[in-house]
Design a protein around this ligand. Sequence first.
Ligand code: NI
Length: 212
Amino acid sequence: MNRHAKPSRPRFFAAAAMAASLALSACGNTPSGDETAGPSPDGVDLRGSNIGGNFELTSHTGERVKWSDFEGRYRLLYFGFTSCPDICPTDVQRFTTGLRQFEEANPALEGKIQPIFISIDPERDTLDALSQFVGAFHPRLIGLTGSQEEIDAVLKSYGASGTKLPADERGWYNMSHTTFTYLFAPDGSPLGIIPTDKGADGVAAELERWVN
Ligand code: NI
């Protein structure tokens, strides 16, 4: 058994709680535009929620980056840490592969979705570590980090969490964290949670529903 926190229960309950709270506002808050857009039964609708918001962090290439710098692009966003032994690399592999599949099927939309990985472990995720990690998955995946205070503020406004677990005898610690793959609209507003647990095909199919 690995010591990575089990994601299924918190993921399910958090997603269900979000879905339940959103159901209350759904009837008065139907977005205009594409009436076919919306999540599959495996996804979660975040439209109308207050998840997200501006931040300024440091990219894996050392530049300061604002959320508003991605204006005009959809954003696929994941919070994790590069030394995660299993869940983070698996999820990032799935959503970046799904993104690649979507772009191959929709070449006109290539570059319209910005994949972003925000570190919840600024202590160990140096720019070098982040660069190696993001470079292993997708050429346009951007890694972001910052001070612990900056990361804590972003986690809070995005409804995510990351907590250090007790270190082992060699000082290595695992982290418990939420494992949502968020999709945001080109104006920065939240759209949904992508069912990355359904694999790359599930991610590509979900992007087909939202992105145009
Ligand atoms: Ni992880």
